[in-house]
Design a protein around this ligand. Structure first.
Ligand SMILES: *[C@@H]1O[C@H](CO)[C@@H](O)[C@H](O)[C@H]1NC(C)=O
Ligand SMILES: *[C@@H]1O[C@H](CO)[C@@H](O)[C@H](O)[C@H]1NC(C)=O
Ligand SMILES: *[C@@H]1O[C@H](CO)[C@@H](O)[C@H](O)[C@H]1NC(C)=O
Ligand SMILES: *[C@@H]1O[C@H](CO)[C@@H](O)[C@H](O)[C@H]1NC(C)=O
Length: 589
């Protein structure tokens, strides 16, 4: 197909998509014209959240407030009257209908996937519209309800998508809901505790769970000194492979041919043992573990250790490939170039395997960073506290793992490397592939996850997260009108109503998990937020920006091809002893 024909096709298809969307989901503009005066006394008037459409509330002499509507597309004392342009943009499908469209209509997507230009155009529009929901630069952190310079300049602070609820309010959520948060133990028993394992409807396996966990560690390594602080750069910087600090990166290097330190056990390559090295420059963080790994957590959990080992082997394999073409390069150049290539692979695999599976999009996502060059996309990312909480995918965790014929309980398979070394790495990987993850839903937290759930809920309360509906508004979703609207059923809705009284008072993480998920991997609120932040962090990696994204950055054609061809399947198959087949994020028959 010529470029001109492709353009015509794009036009025809985008208009037919528009018609489809409009016919299924014409969104009426909701204009609130009556502005009743609220009785204000004794508390911050902004506790009422009087400003609509993401307008900013500023309290004024204790009892009055003003709404700053600049940039919202609305005006009026409470930002409720739409500007002319807003009336038109409200005709664009909302996030729910867009998601519905992207996960159905197989015939349409088959057509689009069959044409590279079309696939690129749709992918680029999708990446741009998802990243529009992430703020660059970020505006809030957990210590202030208003914009400060801290949020931008203090890189140890988790940023926030929405500011904390003001502290001088009648209830934890402002003015809605109970005077005190519901008791965490009661919430756990009634809403979170797993009675019977509920499997993920999309057939995700434990390899998917551990990919998410392992990859999440690069944003946030180790706890900071409070829930609002973290260690790391908050970027998708491959620090889960190389380390966060320069002294750790040095300690993990062999100093020969750009490679990372490793050892051979039973004929297979594994991370080196640390105690070998009387190295005094290493940080305590790295020194405290048996294996030389970027993150101490990876040496206690075999699922994480698998990924750490596979990436180590991949880095060393890439060095060998580079050496074939650049035999004159020194250790430093080989190491740094291999690190760029591996970063490119992390980015690509996270998009075409991880995001593709998570989203269940029928569109085959294209990885062409140049599609975003010269667009409104900001090549910058910070990690939000809400993203960190959203990634608490505890219900994925299965109750036991069968490896060969041995039955390992969750405690055994997630706290010691014995199952991996007893059964063999390839057998362990096979078990991860064959074991189904749990559904991210109500009543699916295994007992071993209670302490983590408790900690997450406590931290979100300390940081005064706003409720689930506030986040839905922020991410372009219609707020839930009733508890049943949230859960899609009656039983959980009744419990929530008893605990929270008002649907606007339902806590963020509680709402994310209690939302009905139909057949997607999570409820749509979680899905939209996870996709927006993940896609943003993928493309804001420097390797995707215009000065980096060219073969010379990656040692020429050799590295460029490795990135172009990278996939989950290749990553594992090139680095396992037994040659694997059909490796995926789902349990295959
Ligand atoms: C960042 O914020 C934290 C918490 O307020 C503070 O302890 C730390 O000193 C700040 N760091 C910098 C570099 O300002
Ligand atoms: C390392 O181990 C020591 C002693 O076991 C402990 O006191 C210290 O907190 C640990 N440090 C880190 C960063 O884990
Ligand atoms: C594995 O052990 C658990 C108990 O720890 C048990 O519930 C489960 O049925 C066992 N699975 C198999 C296949 O033996
Ligand atoms: C890798 O991609 C290049 C094109 O970028 C292709 O020519 C080559 O055959 C691929 N190699 C493998 C091993 O798939």
């Amino acid at each position: 197909m010529t470029g001109k024909e492709a353009k015509v096709w794009t036009a025809i298809l985008s208009s037919s998509v528009a018609v489809l969307v409009l016919s299924t989901s014409y969104r009426f503009v909701n204009v609130i014209l009556t502005e009743e005066a609220s009785e204000l006394s004794g508390y911050d008037p902004c506790c009422d959240y009087p400003c609509q459409n993401l307008g900013v509330c500023v309290s004024d002499k204790f009892s009055d407030y003003t709404c700053d509507c600049v940039g919202t597309g609305y005006y009026g004392s409470r930002c409720t009257i739409p500007e002319v342009g807003t009336l038109f943009s409200n005709l664009i499908p909302d996030a729910t209908s867009a998601y519905g469209l992207l996960t159905s209509h197989d015939w349409l997507w088959n057509l689009i996937n069959g044409n590279n230009d079309l696939r690129d155009q749709f992918s680029a529009q999708l990446y741009l519209s998802l990243s529009d929901f992430t703020d660059s630069p970020p505006a809030f952190e957990s210590e202030h309800t208003f914009i400060t310079g801290n949020v931008f300049y203090n890189k140890s602070l988790f940023t926030r998508s929405l500011p904390p609820v003001p502290s001088r309010c009648p209830t934890p959520m402002g003015t809605k809901g109970p005077k005190e948060y519901p008791d965490i133990d009661v919430l756990m028993n009634k809403l979170f505790a797993r009675k019977e394992f509920i499997p993920d409807p999309q057939n995700s396996n434990l390899l998917f769970q551990y990919y998410a966990l392992h990859f999440g560690r690069q944003f946030v390594q180790g706890p900071g000194t409070g829930p609002q602080l973290f260690r790391g750069t908050g970027e998708m910087d491959a620090s889960h492979i190389y380390g966060t600090e320069e002294k750790d990166r040095q300690a993990l290097r062999s100093g020969i041919s750009g490679k990372l330190r490793s050892q051979i056990l039973n004929g297979e390559e594994f991370p080196a043992i640390l105690s070998d090295e009387p190295d005094t420059s290493t940080s305590q963080q790295v020194k405290n573990q048996t294996f030389a790994l970027a993150d101490p957590m990876f040496s206690s959990s075999p699922g994480l250790f698998v990924f750490a080992t596979i990436w180590l082997r991949e880095h060393n394999r890439v060095c060998d490939e580079l050496l074939k073409v650049h035999s004159d390069w020194d250790d430093q150049r080989l190491y740094e170039t291999a690190r760029m290539i591996v970063s490119g692979e992390v980015v690509k695999i996270t998009l075409v395997d991880f995001v593709q599976h998570l989203s269940q999009y029928k569109l085959d996502l294209s990885f062409n960073p140049e599609l975003l060059h010269g667009t409104r996309f900001q090549f910058h990312n910070r990690i939000h506290a809400e993203f960190n909480h959203l990634f608490d995918w505890h219900p994925f965790v299965a109750d036991y793992l069968l490896i060969n014929e041995a039955n390992y309980s969750v405690k055994e398979y997630s706290s010691s490397l014995d199952p991996l070394f007893n059964e063999g790495m390839d057998k362990f990987i096979e078990a991860l592939l064959k074991t189904r993850a749990g559904e991210i839903s109500a009543r699916n937290h295994g007992e071993s996850m209670y302490p983590f759930l408790k900690e997450a809920l406590k931290a979100s309360r300390d940081m005064r997260f706003q409720g689930i509906n506030a986040y839905r508004r922020k991410f372009g979703l219609r707020p839930f009108s009733t508890f049943e609207d949230l859960t899609g059923e009656k039983e959980t809705a009744a419990v929530l109503e008893e605990m929270y009284g008002d649907v606007d008072a339902v806590e963020y993480y509680v709402g994310l998990l209690m939302e009905s998920s139909d057949s997607s991997i999570s409820g749509l609120t979680m899905m939209n937020m996870a996709l927006a932040w993940t896609v943003k962090s993928i493309f804001s990696n420097p390797v995707c920006s215009h000065l980096y994204w060219k073969p010379s950055t990656f040692g020429g054609k050799v590295g460029w091809d490795i990135i172009q061809n990278a996939s989950l399947q290749k990553l594992f198959c090139q680095n396992m002893r037994t040659h694997c087949r059909d490796l995926a994020f789902t349990v295959l028959p």
